[in-house]
Design a protein around this ligand. Structure first.
Ligand code: TTP
Ligand code: CA
Length: 366
């Protein structure tokens, strides 16, 4: 018999605002708002997220900034512009730590990832609790960010478990508890049940996931079609067999570094690019990706920059292909440009997975 799976969903707490807290620890006890400023007037734009103190004043994602300002008037609230580069860096560091704890990792957004930890905890939900605490503590020490974890027998239950207790939550739902755990929750907690579907289901007398679980599957298929009807029926009964798999969401993987001195010496340059491409290769192979493009990036002493790229005839996944192409791109580049070089970069792109990926059901729901 197939072993129980143990799946975790980790979702970082008030993420953009927590990142701002991390680099400005003194603001921790104040309301924090991170926003996208459209620039038309000083306060035009919307809130991306806020910390839990600001949420108490009714300031949430999507609220216009001028309204956030009004709600927080008289407090010592602090406002920030979104800084995606910085949030991505923090996110990447945490995802890298997660990789060490899971057989497979599926990053679903900048602040959410599924981890399949079945092997690591030997299928045991008791062990999963300690294991989740260990991951939380490790990330807290290494990066300084807190997050919530939901643990369940599949992705669907893990996600809802995680959403049920935030921030800094740890919710564990064992396989035998899953149906009862979902039953009292409103149907719109299920992925794919939006406003329209909620209204339609309510007309059918379905309010909770439990109502949906008991509803005749054939009738659901008649109303919502085969794919969705079966999905709703299974989801409400806590059935979800989708694997945790890497999305290959990155469009390119690259590294840039500064040379110890400005130079036009090929051997000296390649010494640096060897370091950089070893790093690139490690990330590419960890993610199980093949690439079709290899590129170099060059910053000259006058700080102008150029890039050059080769497209391969076949997808490759070995370090020698990167090395060989980087070398020939630099040989050509040096022949074309008279300037000394200050910084160099290596990048691979046009990724494919080694195995063709099975289309996930959830991709129909987005
Ligand atoms: P969420 O996980 O939805 O929110 P959060 O991490 O801020 O808070 P929670 O503790 O409830 O998980 O979104 C993750 C990040 O995505 C969030 O920090 C900012 C960004 N975001 C937006 O920019 N706009 C939005 O409307 C939402 C919902 C999120
Ligand atoms: Ca979050």
């Amino acid at each position: 018999m197939a072993q129980n799976r143990v799946i975790m969903l980790a979702d970082f707490d008030y993420f953009f605002a927590q990142c701002e807290e991390l680099r400005n620890p003194t603001i921790k006890d104040k309301p924090i708002v991170v926003g996208v400023y459209s620039g038309r007037t000083e306060d035009s734009g919307a809130v991306s997220t806020s910390n839990y103190i600001a949420r108490k004043f009714g300031v949430k994602s999507g609220l216009p900034l001028f309204m956030a300002k009004r709600k927080l008037e008289g407090t010592d609230a602090v406002f920030f512009h979104v800084d995606h580069v910085y949030y991505d860096q923090i996110s990447n560091r945490i995802m890298q730590i997660f990789r060490g704890y899971a057989t497979s990792l599926e990053q679903v957004s900048v602040d959410e990832a599924y981890l399949d930890v079945t092997e690591q905890v030997e299928g045991s939900f008791e062990k999963a609790k300690d294991y989740a605490q260990k991951i939380k503590a490790d990330v807290k020490i290494q990066v300084g960010i807190s997050f919530s974890i939901g643990v369940g027998p599949n992705k669907l239950v893990a996600k809802i478990a995680c959403d049920s207790q935030k921030p800094d939550g740890l919710t564990i739902i064992k396989p035998e508890e899953a149906v009862a755990f979902l039953a009292p929750l409103p149907v719109d907690w299920l992925l794919g049940v939006g406003k329209k579907t909620t209204v339609r289901m309510e007309q059918m007398g379905i309010k909770t996931i439990g109502d949906l679980a008991k509803y005749d599957c054939q009738r659901l298929i008649e109303v919502f079609g085969k794919v969705l009807g079966i999905y709703f029926h299974n989801a409400a009964n806590a059935i979800d067999n989708e694997p945790v798999q890497e999305q290959g969401e990155a469009e390119s993987i690259g590294r840039v570094g500064t040379l110890k001195q400005d130079t036009r010496d090929l051997a000296f340059i390649l010494q640096k690019t060897d370091e950089l491409l070893a790093d690139v290769f490690r990330e590419v192979s960890e993610k199980g990706l093949s690439f079709r493009q290899v590129a170099i990036y060059v910053v000259m002493t006058d700080l102008s920059s150029k890039s050059r790229m080769t497209t391969l005839e076949q997808p490759a996944k070995d370090i020698d292909t990167i090395k060989r192409n980087v070398r020939s791109l630099f040989e050509k580049f040096l022949a074309e440009s008279p300037l000394e070089i200050r910084r160099v970069g290596v990048k691979v792109s046009r990724f494919s997975k080694e195995e063709p990926r099975q289309k996930q059901l959830t991709s129909f729901l987005k």
